[in-house]
Ligand binder design. Sequence first.
Ligand SMILES: NC(=O)c1ccc[n+]([C@@H]2O[C@H](COP(=O)([O-])OP(=O)(O)OC[C@H]3O[C@@H](n4cnc5c(N)ncnc54)[C@H](O)[C@@H]3O)[C@@H](O)[C@H]2O)c1
Length: 250
Amino acid sequence: MTSPQVVLITGALTGIGRATALAFAKEGAQLVVSGRRDAEGEGLATELEALGVRAAYIRADVRHEAEVRSLIEQTLERFGRLDVAVNNAGIEGDFGPISDTTEANYEAVFDTNVRGVVYSLKHELRAMQAQGGGSIVNVSSVLGRVGYAGFGVYTASKHAVDGLTRTAALEGAAFGVRVNGVAPGPVETPMLNRLTGHDENAKAQMMAGMVGKRAADPDEIAQAIVFLASNRSRFMTGETVAIDGGHSAG
Ligand SMILES: NC(=O)c1ccc[n+]([C@@H]2O[C@H](COP(=O)([O-])OP(=O)(O)OC[C@H]3O[C@@H](n4cnc5c(N)ncnc54)[C@H](O)[C@@H]3O)[C@@H](O)[C@H]2O)c1
């Protein structure tokens, strides 16, 4: 019998990352959950172990290459391999028109959403090339394929993620690594609550204007990530799958 797959998730402590960790645990995977809040991270690792799987929290801020390199090194040291990586850490930044964009907002959003994914891909691809294969899933957004007035910098950052997914897929194909993405519409997470000002009426109004009429449950995104990471999607690479209740179909 082969040992359970080793799965690494960045920004794993809340929202989609956390739901993805729980979904992989239910599949019996070994988990490395990464983030920046140690007590919360240790708590999640304990919760995952209670489901009967091996799990560890490893601290990493994806904006800093040394921390990402160390995250991958520690994963390999402690678990022996890296089969699946989910690049999920991301921030939304400020809401407002491009004509009001600040340097600080541009830097913050691109530092996490683009620089963080570049560093993560770099070190994940190296590790997976050395072991002869693997599967990576980038968490993009429906705003990687359509625009959204008031959210120009975030939208640009997620378009960049989709370009990285395609390019990393071409580079990874030579050594058996697949790279795909998910493009969620609104999802019930702390990010969506921040975006709607923690106001349920504002959220309901936003959803009323969407084809699917509701936000996704984080597990609905996690299930697609588990599929893209698995052998069941073995001939898919370079693809970013929309999970948005139809929002981007029009
Ligand atoms: N919630 C939505 O509606 C929605 C829609 C489309 C895409 N997404 C994307 O899903 C991903 C997860 O977001 P979420 O909705 O679960 O929100 P969230 O805020 O709950 O999760 C993001 C996680 O990333 C972590 N993080 C942020 N910057 C980091 C950094 N520099 N290093 C390490 N960790 C960092 C945060 O602490 C947080 O735990 C993001 O990439 C986001 O852009 C979310």
